[in-house]
Design a protein. Structure first.
Length: 74
């Protein structure tokens, strides 16, 4: 079996750019009940569940959820 040179395999691959999306501030908000969570979700216009750990306000568009951006410069 012949060995593959990774550098040769990499040639022609698209460039990789990673945009830094950083919050202005971070707030820890505790919600006392499921009803309060529903009210907060409605107030902010975002879908929160008991498993939601973080959110952006205003909500980021789906394209920004993943911070990886691939661009083909050819």
């Amino acid at each position: 079996m012949s060995q593959v040179d990774p550098r040769e395999e990499w040639e022609g691959m698209p460039e990789f750019e990673q945009e830094q999306v950083r919050p202005y501030a971070k707030i820890i908000l505790r919600v006392g009940s499921e009803e309060d969570l529903k009210k907060l979700s409605k107030l902010l216009g975002q879908n929160f569940t008991a498993k939601t750990k973080s959110a952006w306000y205003p909500a980021l568009p789906p394209s920004m959820h993943s911070k990886r951006v691939y661009r083909d410069k050819t």
